[in-house]
Each structure stands twice: as structure tokens, then as C-alpha cells.
Design a protein around this ligand. Sequence first.
Ligand SMILES: O=c1ccn([C@@H]2O[C@H](COP(=O)(O)OP(=O)(O)O[C@H]3O[C@H](CO)[C@H](O)[C@H](O)[C@H]3O)[C@@H](O)[C@H]2O)c(=O)[nH]1
Length: 318
Amino acid sequence: MKILLTGAFGNVGFHTLQELLKRGHTVRCFDLRNQATEKKARQIQGKAEIVWGNLTNTPSVEAAVAGQELIIHFGAIIPPAVDENKQLAYDVNVNGTRRIIEAAQKQPIKPRIFFSSTLDVFGHTQDKEPPRRVTDPMQATDDYSSHKIESEGMIRNSGLEWCIFRFADVPPLSPRPPHPIMFTIPLDTRFEMVHPFDVAFAVANAIERPVWGKILLIGGGKSCQVRYRDYLRSSLEGSGVGMLPEEAFGHEPYCTDWLDTTESQELLQYQRHSFEEIMRDVNKATRPPAPIRLIMPLLRPSIRKSILKMSPYWQARK
Ligand SMILES: O=c1ccn([C@@H]2O[C@H](COP(=O)(O)OP(=O)(O)O[C@H]3O[C@H](CO)[C@H](O)[C@H](O)[C@H]3O)[C@@H](O)[C@H]2O)c(=O)[nH]1
């Protein structure tokens, strides 16, 4: 099948790309051109078409959409970058989706569309009984969730054949640099993860299954339903930094929860990794090189200090 994949060199996009190529699809990759995307593009040179472009630019979107049978629209600005330039983030996330839809509607043979959303659209739900179901109400709590809610609406009303995926936390298999956002999630928050390989498998399987007109919750299932504390401890211990003090973390509600993935799993049969297996792969991919690991006990106090400096709660407590 001829497939346009936007955001092809992002976290979810690149794993999906590799799964699609494995299955013999003809993939056109659409992404921003920068050092990080070029590095990934070199890995698939000759195996897929690469179209450098920008979701904010209508002609480049139209050129990318032309002649495709399926659009997998993953290109987006996600947190925390979404708050760095609010206007750009809206133009990419909402207007970019609109440009993709309008370009698709102009095609003589209309492509189908997969759209990637997020569990953030459920808002703050820790006071509700888990799991979250697809029939639960949506509630915007920040720019990102509001962008995804607006975009989901456009996809549903596009007149195209569509399927929306709402992803749980898909950890990249590469280092996630520390960011103040890590302290804003209360440690007890219910947190569901899903292996990036399983997301790619789900998306590729969806092409052949009766998913049209459905919103599917994509999470790792019961074995991946943990607390934020479990994820953080495993990744901080894996990197040699060690778990950080409880007082460094906030208590304001955060938009993440456990998901009811019964329907997506029945349709797509993709949940192949447990939380432990996800963290094994994340930690393998992100652990410092051997020479750094050797001197880690020496570096550890100053690394911990510089990470803790990012926590407003830790700073306020002093
Ligand atoms: O203007 C832009 C901005 C970004 N991108 C691309 O979009 C991709 C986004 O990838 P990230 O690694 O930043 O994000 P993820 O793969 O983790 O995000 C995926 O999972 C998210 C779940 O929160 C959202 O569903 C999002 O749309 C989906 O791509 C990147 O290749 C990026 O270059 C563009 O093509 N154009």
C-alpha cells in the first residue's frame, strides 16, 4: 500500500516506519529537516521515499499527500516543546492536521487516514475509578490536549475514512534529557506505558483490520499499568542517577491514567511487552557508555544536584 507517514523520524513514527517497510509497504516519509531527522533518514536510505517539508506549509503538505492510499499523520509538537512557542505549536498541531485533511479531500481517490492522539485528552482523572474508556468525556487541561481534541474533531468530521489512536506513554529508546516537567507529575499517579515496538505493530496491523471510524486506546495492558514512581525509579536507577527525593515532586493532578485497551488488543493483537521488558529496553538504550558508568559514583552527586535544581518544589522547600 502507498502510505504517507508524517513525523516519520520521530519516536513513534520511526518505529512505525520500520514495521511498515518490513511488511512491504511503499512509504513516503514526511518530516522537518534537521540533524536528528537526517540521522534517522540515513538509516532507511533507498528503502523509502523521503519528502522534507513542513506541516505549516500548504504546498509542501499537498505535494506529500498526492497519490497516497493511506495517510498516517503522526507529525506534531509534543510536550514539553509545545509550550516553547505556542503559536507555532498550534499551527503545526491543529492547522497542520487541517492542511493534511484538506489536501486529502482534494485527491481524486480519497486516502484513508490514521491520526495519533493521546490519553491526555481525558484530562485530570485520578479521582475517578480506572480504567479510562473511549466513551469517557474529554477535557482539555493544557495546549497540547486542546490541540489533540480539536484535531480529533476535524478528523471525525473530515468525510474521509479514519481511525484515531490515543497513545499511552511511549518511551523513546534514546535518552530523554531531564526537564522540569518530570517534577510536575505526582509520584502516585497511575501511569500506563506501551513499548514503541508494540505501538508500531498495532499501527501496521490496523491497516488490515476493521478499524475505520474507531477511536482506539493504545496502551501496554495490565502488565504495563504502574505508578509514575515505578517508571521514574526504574529509569533513574538504570541511568545510575538513582531515585530522587519525594519532596521534589508536585501534587497537582496530571493528565495520565490506566486505559481500557480490550477493544484495541482484540482487534490488533499488539501487547507483547510488559513494563519490566519496556524498562529493560529503555535502560539498555539510554545507559551511559562504559567509561562514564565507571566514574558514575563520582559524578552522581553533581548530576543529582543539577537535576533537582529543575524542581520548583525542591527549590521552594529549602
Ligand atoms: O512542524 C513539525 C514538528 C514536528 N514534526 C515531526 O513530528 C514528529 C514527532 O515525533 P516526536 O518524537 O516528537 O513525538 P512522538 O513520536 O512521541 O509523538 C507521537 O505520540 C504522541 C502521543 O502523545 C502524539 O500522538 C504525536 O502526534 C505522535 O507523533 C518528529 O519527527 C518531528 O520532527 C513535523 O513533522 N513537523
